[in-house]
Design a protein around this ligand. Structure first.
Ligand code: NAP
Length: 326
């Protein structure tokens, strides 16, 4: 008898086809309220779950007694009860590496967009306001040669740092759980405390995963330390930055601007005070959202799940401690 897989969102026909060669697949292109009953039914029989934007709770696991593996189409896994999955022997697989460069591109796009006021001045031209020479009120800030601070120097942090150091001649500071001597050698990056980084950096780019220790890592006290000319960019997860404190920091001029791909509440509510501030550039959580990268992520997730359900070692495992299925 075929094992059963529940697939949710972000899968193309060829990916579904690959799964269907070996498994019985129930696919949910969308997962709204109206699909909840059917989703619960199929999850009860499922051995594998795969998808993007999955939110899994321990109660869901209670309702999925045969589950062996979950493959998320993302590198972040803050929306999974990892300890609980490990305890139940359920593998969690993610998709690192294949999205690193694309997400770093997004980070750098935000750095450039805020510093050079790209969306604001684009609106200025479109609205017919460009009637004379541009003067100081519309000037931006240089990026090249300025100090770039990475809060988190993992795969994505390092890729942003490379862009800054090698493309824009930026001195690199980083705060990270462990030292990265190879990046220090490659880029001249210097590790320092978060406090020192905030005090010295012209651009602060947040790339740490969301976890209990990183929730509101950047809050009121941290904004207070930053330069008045500093720009913060968050391409990690919204709750790493205290959004209320961010709004205060921007409104009261503690910092100069923000580029955001992620938010405490997503989608960002239309009445968010962030949307009233011209020095903020907002994106709708599109860090990895290019055609090429989303296909590569889905392919990696499918490969991970196929391997896990066949009792082989997946390429990416979050919880090594969970037993591989027999
Ligand atoms: P990664 O390679 O695991 O890098 C995370 C880095 O953060 C690691 O270097 C880690 O230190 C460091 N770190 C973890 N906890 C820390 C703490 N409490 N204090 C200081 N440093 C800490 O992950 P990645 O592939 O770069 O991805 C990073 C995050 O980006 C993901 O978790 C995800 O949430 C987010 N992301 C967002 C998008 C988007 O669409 N905007 C796309 C992709 C990823 P060690 O090296 O010592 O372990």
């Amino acid at each position: 008898m075929h094992k059963r897989v529940v697939a949710v969102r972000r899968l193309h026909e060829e990916h579904l086809g690959q799964l269907e060669r070996d498994f019985h697949v129930d696919y949910f292109p969308e997962l709204g309220e109206s699909h909840a009953t059917r989703f619960r039914e199929v999850l009860r029989e499922a051995h594998g779950l795969i998808g993007g934007k999955l939110v899994v709770t321990p109660e869901m696991l209670d309702g999925a007694p045969h589950l062996e593996a979950i493959a998320t189409i993302s590198v972040g896994y803050d929306n999974f009860p990892v300890g609980e999955m490990t305890r139940r022997g359920i593998l969690l697989c993610n998709t690192p590496d294949v999205l690193t460069e694309t997400t770093a591109d997004t980070g750098f796009a935000l750095i450039m967009a805020v510093a050079r006021r790209v969306p604001e001045l684009d609106r200025f031209v479109r609205e017919g306001q460009w009637k004379a020479h541009i003067d100081a009120p519309h000037f931006g800030r240089d990026v090249h040669g300025k100090t770039l601070g990475l809060v988190g120097m993992g795969r994505i942090g390092a890729a942003v740092a490379r862009r800054g150091a090698l493309g824009f001649g930026m001195p690199i500071l980083y705060s990270n759980a462990s030292p990265k001597p190879e990046l220090e050698a490659e880029l001249g990056a210097r590790r320092c405390s978060l406090e020192a980084l905030l005090e010295c950096a012209d651009f602060v780019c947040v790339t740490v995963p969301l976890a209990a220790q990183t929730r509101h890592l950047i809050a009121r006290d941290q904004f207070r330390r930053m330069k008045r000319s500093a720009i913060i960019v968050n391409i990690a997860r919204g709750p790493v930055v205290d959004e209320e404190a961010l709004v205060q920091a921007l409104e009261e001029g503690w910092i100069a601007g923000a580029g955001l791909d992620v938010y405490e509440t997503e989608p960002l509510p239309i009445d968010s005070p962030l949307l009233r501030l011209p020095q903020v550039v907002t994106l709708p959580h599109i860090g990895s959202a290019t055609h090429e990268t989303r296909i590569a992520m889905a392919q990696r997730a499918v490969d991970n799940l196929c391997l896990a359900l066949k009792g082989e070692r997946p390429i990416n495992i979050v919880n090594e401690e969970a037993c591989l299925p027999s």
